[in-house]
Write a protein of this length. Structure first.
Length: 366
């Protein structure tokens, strides 16, 4: 909440006029969510070091923005880097970027920050206690940045875009957000103190939750790789038997087998914001051939290596959209513009990205 206040709401309290501002939606969402997540996990500038609180906040804004620009360069190269398809010039650039991050996120620099999250500090301490050399701990820091910040921004983009393209969904989710705020005794008004959105309030936002899950169903497409440790026979629900040999590697792609499966999800290509929620706010159950299904959406993977950041990610993305809807009027610059296609070169790497950006505008609601 503190990071979003610093990045998203700080202009509002200084009496920003109700004028429309235009931005590219993908860039805007990725930028804000990346920076908020980074500051929340890796810590913030100390006011003592910077001179005072305002200067420290300004440095956080500048530094996190620079980090984002470099991260995007690496992010763009990543699929071809992973498939060893980069030409020599891009390969050199990827190498430069990697070294840049190892330096910026080095444990020496990170430990100078205030408010480092327990998630980061505990993991680093564990590595240090187990004798892992410092240069490897620096690399691990970058790995964690990649895992924690590569998917939340793009997912937040798709969620806002789907809402903007489905006015009835936007209205329903905004009404819910306004109601949850009202019931917490708070109000977004020009000149009033900034609101605080708690975990409880996010839990009460069940339509927003369903809209996020629906977005993840449509755009999260990770490949899950598993090593087969012993000879195994898998029986599918249709009765087919699959023999897996010890030493094999299995790649699962639940985006097609589960998330876009018309036997599980009616009209799987459609965005239905309330697909995952009953009218009373409880979570919907899904059935096939009369049997209740356990796996109906797998954006976070499954089993021992299920994404450990899923609760943080969900709270972060919901909070971002909650704040955007409660504080700003939003619209696409061209309401008729089609939703951009997904960039298929990123299949398997988590949340998909669009092939092009799309312009939107926003202004303070009050
Ligand atoms: C929309 C956001 C996110 C999505 C869709 C996502 C998805 C995933 C997936 C599919 C995996 C692999 C799971 C498997 O192999 O079964 C994974 C692993 C991981 N995720 Fe996330 N993630 C997201 C956000 C985050 C965040 C915010 C963090 C940290 C705060 C995080 C930390 C990690 C880590 C450390 C792993 C490696 C786990 C391991 O190998 O044991 N993720 N994530």
């Amino acid at each position: 909440m503190e990071s979003f206040r610093k990045l998203l709401l700080f202009n509002l309290s200084s009496g920003e006029k109700r004028v429309w501002q235009e931005e590219n939606l993908f860039h805007y969402c990725y930028n804000i969510v990346f920076r908020a997540g980074y500051l929340a996990l890796y810590g913030t500038e100390s006011p003592r070091g910077a001179g005072n609180k305002e200067k420290a906040e300004e440095q956080d804004r500048l530094h996190s923005n620079q980090l984002f620009q470099e991260f995007r360069k690496y992010d763009r190269l990543f699929p071809r880097l992973a498939f060893s398809l980069l030409p020599p010039k891009d390969k050199r650039e990827a190498e430069r970027l990697k070294r840049h991050f190892w330096n910026i996120l080095s444990v020496k620099k990170v430990w100078q920050k205030d408010n480092i999250s327990g998630w980061i500090s505990d993991q680093d301490q564990l590595l240090a206690e187990n004798g892992v050399p410092e240069y490897m701990r620096n690399r691990f820091m970058f790995m964690l940045l990649w895992a924690s910040q590569g998917n939340t921004g793009p997912t937040a983009f798709w969620l806002l875009l789907y809402l903007l393209k489905h006015p009835e969904a936007l209205q329903a989710v905004r009404d819910e957000v306004d109601k949850v705020l009202r019931e917490s005794g708070q109000e977004v008004k020009a000149g009033s103190p900034p609101v605080t959105v708690t975990r409880d309030m996010l839990n009460q936002s069940t339509l927003l939750d369903s809209a996020l899950e629906e977005t993840l169903r449509l755009v999260a497409a990770p490949v899950l790789v598993r090593a087969v440790l012993e000879d195994t026979c898998l029986r599918t629900s249709s009765g087919t038997e699959l023999t897996l040999r010890k030493g094999d590697r299995v790649a699962l792609f639940p985006h097609i087998s589960v998330q876009m499966n018309p036997e599980i999800h009616e009209e799987p290509h459609k965005f239905k914001y309330d697909r995952f929620v009953n009218p009373d706010g409880t979570r919907k159950d899904f059935y096939r051939n009369g049997k209740k299904l356990k796996f109906v959406n797998m954006p976070w993977g499954a089993g021992v290596s299920t994404c450990p950041g899923r609760f943080f990610a969900t709270a972060e993305m919901k909070l971002f959209v909650f704040l955007m809807l409660s504080h700003f009027d939003l619209e696409l610059v061209d309401e008729e513009e089609e939703i951009p296609a997904i960039d298929i070169s990123r299949w398997g790497f988590g949340t998909m990205q669009p092939v092009r950006d799309i312009q939107f505008r926003y202004r303070p609601r009050f």
